[in-house]
Design a protein. Structure first.
Length: 493
């Protein structure tokens, strides 16, 4: 399972205090204790190993830069997940994010018989999880597989604790019902014609899984069927875990400590802002305006944190959980964490003040062995609302004297570069067909670039692109995106 924490609560306190004191050794301890689980979580949200590695690197850097803000140092682990989630949401919001390279699954030393049994159990888990919303799957994954409590989840999601308790309780009861329905579909499909009609393919697709749960809840035949209890944590323990790249440790620690990377670290730290009054990052939103409007209200964690421990023990029993996140209709839901090759897409964005978007959810991770020609259990995205306004003003009357036509707008042409083993290279931007106001809007890969300006028709300018990784191993590539449009490919190493 991905959820066994590397250090206890008192270790969180020790590591947080050491980080505040600038102890570099503590940074390596934080990486060794939490990086594999954080990487798995990021990969579940981004569904790409390159983006997941970048999100983890930025999470560690931002944590070191902002650890002094954390009001409860003994909650360092949950705080790291909150930073990681915000970075993943920021990356998912980027149109230039890297996609399509999912991480391999962490290997287990299992016999062929054990692997077959695990695969069967995974299909059951995916069929059960498909009945939940993306937000519910993520809450289950974080609370069961990653073992975060409800106070941590409140900080990760940026929700009031009361709402978080309700979410977890709803998610667990929903999962229990979904597990029973999936067990009936797996073992008793012949006993009820409606179940047989609903389960023609396996694993179940989200819509089918939800319909099955509703049917089982109201069917007198299914109510009599015997399904032995299957604890959710046992079921979810078979789900895949994304394998963290072995060479990522050196890259992350170098980026977080090298003297010549100080400017890059400040930019990364700015992406994590703003924070609430307890030092937890506010959820990511796509525009600075929404971040300002949001302020620090809504969480109300402080006054009830003392009672939270008792409330958590009395109200919510940690039992069931989940695996991969899938699409969801609830706002601000995130895809589910770890799965064999799991992870919703990422994005790098404008380094302006971030705020958390309401992203579409990733589909649940399916194991590398595709079971049947049936549909994979991925959620269909919720329809986006597009406001429609009918014009109410009359068209202006034709002026007697026509004004001269405005100057012709141009477009931006960009050309990439290759730094090979150097630390930087120069991308060229040129105005074609007219004047252009341009700016750098983001990067992908281990690259950093900034710049903006005005170009008259035919003028060009250079943008310096630097790599942010440590040692170079193999040939790598990334890109720099520009507004009003254009993307330049950059090779490095």
């Amino acid at each position: 399972m991905a959820g066994e924490p590397g250090s206890a609560r008192n270790d969180d306190l020790r590591l947080a205090e050491s980080l505040r004191a600038g102890d570099v050794i503590a940074l390596t301890e934080v990486y060794d204790a939490y990086a594999p689980f954080l990487y798995d979580y990021c990969h579940g949200l981004l569904r790409d190993r390159v983006e997941a590695a970048g999100a983890l690197r930025n999470c560690v850097i931002a944590a070191r830069e902002h650890v002094g803000r954390l009001g409860e140092p003994d909650r360092l682990r949950g705080w790291l997940y909150a930073i990681a989630r915000k970075e993943c949401m920021r990356r998912r919001d980027s149109p230039n994010r890297h996609i399509g390279q999912e991480a391999p699954e962490a290997e287990d030393d299992l016999s062929a018989e054990q692997l077959a049994r695990r695969e069967e159990r995974r299909l059951l888990a995916h069929s059960a999880l498909a009945a939940l919303s993306g937000r519910q799957r993520e809450a289950i994954d974080l609370s069961i597989r990653h073992e975060l409590d409800e106070v941590d989840l409140s900080g990760v999601f940026g929700m009031p604790l009361e709402e978080t308790l309700e979410l977890v309780e709803r998610s667990r009861s929903g999962l229990d019902a979904a597990i029973r329905a999936a067990l009936i579909a797996q073992n008793h499909w012949k006993d009820c014609p409606s179940v047989s009609a609903l389960t023609e393919s396996w694993p179940l697709a989200p819509q089918t899984a939800a319909s099955l749960v509703r049917h089982v809840a109201s069917c007198p035949v299914c109510a009599e069927l015997d399904t032995p209890p299957l604890p959710a944590d046992r079921l979810l323990s078979v789900l895949p875990i994304a394998a963290i790249p072995a060479d990522l440790r050196l890259d992350v620690l170098t980026a977080a400590t090298a003297e010549d990377r100080a400017g890059n670290r400040r930019a990364i730290a700015a992406w994590t802002e703003p924070f609430d009054e307890y030092g937890w990052p506010l959820p990511y939103e796509p525009t600075p305006a929404r971040a300002k409007d949001r302020g620090t209200g809504g969480r109300r964690r402080g006054p009830i944190i003392g009672a939270a421990a008792a409330a958590v023990a009395a109200v919510v029993v940690l039992a069931g959980a989940m695996t991969a996140f899938g699409g969801e209709s609830e706002p601000d839901a995130a895809g589910s964490p770890s799965s064999s090759s799991s992870g919703p897409g990422g994005e790098s964005g404008d380094p302006s003040v971030p705020t958390e978007p309401m992203p579409t959810d990733p589909s649940p991770t399916v194991s590398s062995t595709s079971p049947s020609p049936s549909k994979s259990p991925s959620d269909s995205p919720s329809p986006s609302k597009s406001p429609s306004k009918s014009p109410t003003t009359k068209p202006p009357s034709q002026p007697a004297t026509q004004a001269p036509p405005p100057p012709r707008a141009g477009h931006l042409a960009v050309s990439g570069c290759n730094m090979h083993l150097d630390d930087s290279c120069t991308v060229t931007v040129r105005a074609v067909g007219g004047a252009v106001d341009w700016r750098v809007t983001g990067t992908s890969g281990a690259l950093s670039a900034h710049g903006s300006g005005h170009l008259a028709a035919g003028q060009s300018a250079g943008v310096t692109v630097s790599r942010t990784n440590g040692l170079c191993w193999g040939s790598k590539s990334g890109s720099v995106s520009f507004a009003p449009g254009g993307s330049a490919s950059v090779g490095y190493c």
